[in-house]
Design a protein around this ligand. Structure first.
Ligand SMILES: Cc1cc2nc3c(=O)[nH]c(=O)nc-3n(C[C@H](O)[C@H](O)[C@H](O)COP(=O)(O)OP(=O)(O)OC[C@H]3O[C@@H](n4cnc5c(N)ncnc54)[C@H](O)[C@@H]3O)c2cc1C
Length: 328
């Protein structure tokens, strides 16, 4: 038996935890009150032949999920900020914003089942992730180790960056990720001067969004917010979504389209130009290169993290103004 402070068999451990887990009245958050919780070392090399999980009824599992999801849908129907796309830029934006302003309710809407966008690998499906300085500051902040190569740093696997950032963002109390959910349109408001302001997003299950051509009457849902930050990546079936919609709404004349690869200029341009494109809509990451006709940077990712920092800064600059405009 592996050493542990309290040595219990798996059966006993499971039963003890079962008795100890109660639901807090009101918010449905589980809280463990037992002094004797199972540990891996108490389970390891225990009596597995006698092992059993605590009992559960199927409807309990169903309600445990749906109650929380519907409570989140209800709460986040009025969000402070919606981030569209949970790639490296969207997640970096969420991390900085939620940390700076824990009072803001931030919804992230991600079309894919798996959040993280294109940052699970480096270039050409190699593992390592290269970031040019000063983006190493972001890695230190989230606690990801790297090799210092002078002007740039290398994280041993891109997935280490993405999974660490994702876990930090998901743990933040003021952030909710709605994945497998696509933004299908933008909510707009016409201002007195005739200009159009973005005031939220129109959403649907991604699988529903993909079947509008062969099924009818699949109306969407909405999230109101004074500010939307779009980071949907470069053009593709889902990519560059919000800026393409701005063109079709005649709020942007046309997209510049992404230019050839030039690491030297591309990263600076994306970070510097991360901005509010029309009132209520900030654009960052590779989606921005489609607006500005900027170069691509290939497999170096510092600009995605620092575009997130800039997007958060831009958001905080205009948030109170947009909130006031959105109140009416
Ligand atoms: C296979 C592959 C190859 C790439 N090659 C290059 C390259 O050679 N050079 C280069 O510069 N970049 C390349 N990229 C892009 C590279 O991943 C980016 O540099 C970086 O990941 C972009 O980060 P981002 O956060 O801007 O966008 P992404 O990482 O692309 O994240 C965008 C996220 O937005 C989500 N999304 C999109 N539309 C919607 C919507 N309507 N509603 C909700 N969510 C939405 C997507 O599912 C995705 O998770 C490549 C990406 C992939 C996937």
């Amino acid at each position: 038996m592996a050493p542990s402070a309290v040595t219990v068999s798996p059966t006993v451990a499971a039963a003890e935890v079962s008795k100890a887990v109660t639901l807090k009245a009101g918010n449905g958050t589980p809280t463990v009150t037992s002094k004797q919780e199972a540990t891996i070392s108490s389970l390891l090399n225990g009596d597995w032949s006698a092992f059993t999980f605590n009992p559960i009824r199927e409807s309990t599992v169903s309600r445990a999920m749906t109650r929380r999801y519907f409570a989140d849908l209800d709460a986040y129907a009025e969000s402070d900020i919606v981030i569209v796309g949970a790639g490296s830029c969207g997640l970096s934006t969420a991390y900085v914003l939620a940390k700076e302003r824990p009072d803001l309710r931030i919804a992230i809407v991600e079309a894919g089942v798996a959040p993280g966008g294109g940052a699970w690998l480096g270039g050409q499906l190699f593992s390592a992730m290269v970031m040019r300085k000063p983006a190493d500051a972001f890695l230190r902040d989230i606690g990801v180790e790297y090799e210092d190569e002078g002007d740039y740093v290398v994280v041993k696997h891109a997935a280490l960056f993405t999974s660490t950032l994702l876990s930090k963002v998901l743990a933040m109390e003021n952030v909710k990720l709605f994945n497998a959910t696509a933004v299908e349109d933008l909510i707009t408001r016409k201002e007195k001067d005739g200009s159009v302001r973005i005031a939220g997003v129109v959403t649907n299950w991604t699988l529903v969004s993909m079947h509008h051509d062969d099924q009818s009457c699949m109306d969407p849902n909405t999230i109101n917010a004074p500010l939307v930050i779009s980071t949907t990546g470069h053009d593709g079936p889902f990519g560059a979504f919000c800026v393409k919609r701005l063109v079709s709404m005649e709020q942007l004349e046309k997209l510049g389209g992404m230019r050839g690869l030039d690491m030297q200029t591309a990263e600076d341009a994306i970070v510097k130009r991360t901005r509010e494109i029309v009132p209520g809509l900030i654009v960052g990451g590779m989606e921005l290169s489609e607006v500005d006709g900027a170069n691509r940077m290939g497999p170096t990712f510092g600009a995605m993290a620092l575009s997130g920092v800039k997007a958060a800064e831009e958001a905080l600059k205009v948030f109170e103004i947009r909130k006031k405009q959105n109140a009416v």
